[in-house]
Design a protein around this ligand. Structure first.
Ligand code: SAH
Length: 346
């Protein structure tokens, strides 16, 4: 049965009209779901009995099952949810000075095969629906409401490649962004891609205000192809052309994610090359300490080297941050909780 959470506000409007109901019914249902956060059609008390019954017969209003929740010493919360088909996904909530940010999963598993990432340990089973992404935000918001926390930012940086599930991810963004619902500002929503060039070009043409992050992780094709197979399909030159195009059409924030892998991508030569890749458009660099994944054998760059790298970027007028680690004590690395859980069930 299709989930009611799969519908953006506009789609809900169309659905109501197409089935003989009124446009304002869509507003009512949307507000019940995202303002009141009810979990059944029966609770939507200002709808006619007829409409409630029709909704019940045709759509599901089920939430996600929370299998596990871990709260880290630094306040990071990690959730393991079960979907209606029995698949498991993770979501993480991180606290920053600027607000509380949820990291949303976009696919069950991932096929991109990045050699450092725990997600790829389990191959992609299927795309998430738009509603399954919306529900991650909703369930986490419900969970933290008692502690007076409001989810204010979203990054689509959990398991999966968002541009491999393009339509559902964009629909999800529209739903959580809508001001009759959760009202999370477009500028507070970031989509992160490993560099699927056609997706980046399509996204550039959307003229939306969401932010775009690129998982760059290496400044030349030799290293990048070694650690990220996607680079063989879309090498750095093609990626840069697509980003130039994106920057020419958008004024939204563009950033590079760059995890620091000791002895792999943290040499002086790498930094020089990275600096070159920031020259053609306005881009922000996030240096990220690597969260160790037992199976992969990579080690994070030590703090002193990371600082030196950061200082060099800064001295070349590259805007950048050296990110704090979050939730290291609770398996917060992308895909770690899920892969550990699934293997413990085998
Ligand atoms: N497929 C998308 C989004 C999911 S990965 C993308 O590649 O951007 C989200 C981010 O976490 C990516 O930048 C990814 O490279 C990074 N990441 C994966 N494993 C990590 C780890 N063990 N430590 C730190 N960052 C990691």
């Amino acid at each position: 049965m299709t989930s009611i959470y799969d519908f953006s506000f506009e789609q809900l409007n169309d659905l109501m009209l197409a089935n003989g109901f009124k446009k304002y019914n869509a507003t009512q249902v949307f507000q019940w779901l995202y303002r009141q956060k009810v979990s059944s059609f029966d609770e939507m008390t200002n709808l006619s009995k007829n409409l409630r019954n029709w909704l019940k017969e045709n759509y599901s209003c089920d939430g996600l099952v929370m299998l596990k929740r871990q709260i880290s010493r630094d306040g990071t919360r990690k959730y393991l949810f079960q979907l209606s088909d029995g698949s498991n996904i993770e979501s993480v909530l991180m606290h920053y000075d600027y607000g509380d940010c949820i990291c949303v999963t976009s696919e069950v598993g991932c096929n991109m095969g990045c050699t450092f990432c725990a997600s790829g340990l389990l191959k992609k089973k299927r795309d998430l629906t738009s509603g399954e992404m919306v529900l991650q935000v909703l369930e986490v918001q419900k969970d933290v409401m008692a502690d007076d926390i409001r989810v204010s930012h979203i990054v689509v940086m959990g398991i999966g490649e968002p541009f491999d599930n393009y339509d559902n991810v964009l629909n999800f963004c529209r739903t959580v962004n809508h001001d009759l619902g959760l009202g999370i500002g477009a500028r507070h929503i970031t989509i992160s891609t490993c560099g699927l060039v056609p997706g980046i070009r399509r996204f550039a043409d959307e003229q939306v205000q969401y932010n775009l992050a690129i998982s760059l992780h290496a400044p030349n094709d030799e290293i990048r192809s070694r650690i990220m197979p996607v680079n063989k399909a879309y090498p750095i030159s093609e990626l840069m052309e697509a980003l130039k195009y994106y920057a020419s059409k958008n004024n939204r924030r563009l950033s590079y994610e760059y995890i620091l892998l000791k002895g792999v991508n943290d040499t002086d030569e790498c930094v020089d090359q990275l600096i070159e890749l920031t020259r053609d458009f306005d881009v922000y660099v996030n240096l990220i300490p690597y969260n160790t994944v037992d199976e992969h054998g990579y080690v994070s760059t030590d703090y002193k080297t990371a600082m030196a790298l950061y200082n060099k970027l800064m001295s070349h007028n590259v805007r950048c941050t050296l990110r704090q680690k979050h939730g290291e004590d609770i398996d917060a690395a992308c895909g770690q909780l899920r892969s550990k859980y699934e293997r413990s069930q085998q």
